[in-house]
Design a protein around this ligand. Structure first.
Ligand code: CP
Length: 311
């Protein structure tokens, strides 16, 4: 490993947890460590820092950004990655369970497992049965912590003070595991969160500030994160609004976005539903910056987990 690379790494890597499943498991110091290391990896060639590490990417649910960026992150660190990619061609087709799938991959002794799953797989059941660290890549109701971290890393990269951010989530909030991870991260980093959407898209009994009109929400927000309409999670004929939603960002509603307000979306975007393609050309749009930042945040997490330097 190059000496210059070692000396450049943050001293704050001297602690970390075995697995990374939830933002609520992190301290402020650990969150800062992730960002410092992410910034470091953005500017330095880290290959072959982890040349003896194998990362198993285990994706039970579809993914483009998260899966590819974890693979990219592993490769940029000089690590190797192996991939389990859904049902087709795997023994899930022979009715093998999720837990058996993970136990079998863990038995091959990768250095860590990056898991995307629904709640069929329980981390509580899993953690006493394997000695391989796990990173949550979007897991049922346990949230999508790396997405929340990369969203904030994207804002940090624009030199925006995070504690002054007012982040408005617009759209299908009820089904968003990104939102649940942000609510945990907001408690650590002290940014404000509000929701904007029709009642069918809001979680019941929320204590979060709610704007029922896009105009009012955008007047409040410093960052607007639009969310995918998750049609696969809505009952047919549930009355959920789609293309003609008054919450859509388009040529007209872009005029309501303040100059200093940035526009984000975790992806994938349903163009013509939550926003139109006009948004991508807008200078306030950070959607592809988020994707880019995701590689460095995931490099930081793979590195920190591989170090096994526990608190
Ligand atoms: N943001 C996100 O999780 O996208 P993918 O589902 O494509 O990974």
């Amino acid at each position: 490993m190059p000496e210059s690379l070692l000396t450049g790494l943050s001293e704050q890597v001297s602690f970390f947890m075995m697995s990374f499943v939830s933002i609520s498991d992190l301290s402020l110091q650990q969150v800062e460590s992730i960002f410092i290391n992410s910034d470091f990896f953005k500017t330095k060639n880290a290959n072959p820092l982890l040349s003896d590490v194998v990362v198993a990417n285990v994706f039970f649910e579809p993914s483009t950004r998260t899966r590819m960026s974890f693979e990219m992150a592993a490769l940029r660190l000089g690590a190797k990655s192996i991939l389990f990619n859904g049902k087709i061609g795997s023994s899930l087709e022979k009715e093998e369970t999720y837990i058996d799938t993970v136990l079998n991959i863990a038995a091959m002794k990768p250095d860590m497992m990056v898991i995307r799953s629904n709640d069929e797989l329980s981390f509580t059941d899993l953690k006493d049965q394997i000695d391989v660290p796990v990173i949550n890549a979007g897991w049922g109701t346990k949230g999508h912590p790396t997405q929340a971290l990369l969203d904030i890393a994207t804002l940090r990269a624009k030199n925006r003070p995070i504690a002054r951010e007012k982040i408005l989530f617009i759209g299908d909030i009820k089904h968003s595991r990104v939102v649940s991870s942000h609510l945990e991260l907001a408690k650590i980093l002290n940014y404000e969160v509000a929701f904007c959407g029709p009642e069918t898209f809001l979680p019941p009994n929320t204590s979060v500030k709610v704007f029922s009109s896009l105009k009012d929400g955008l007047a409040w927000a410093t960052a607007a994160i639009f969310l995918r309409f998750q049609k696969e999670r809505h009952q047919p004929n549930s009355g959920a609004p789609v293309a003609t939603s008054p919450y859509q960002l388009n040529v007209e509603t872009l005029k309501l976005v303040k100059n200093e307000c940035v526009i984000m979306h975790p992806g994938p975007v349903n163009w013509g539903v939550e926003m139109t393609e006009d948004v991508l050309k807008d200078p306030r749009c950070l959607i592809l910056d988020q994707v880019n930042q995701g590689v460095y945040v995931r490099m930081a997490l793979i590195y920190l987990v591989a170090k096994r330097e526990l608190v």
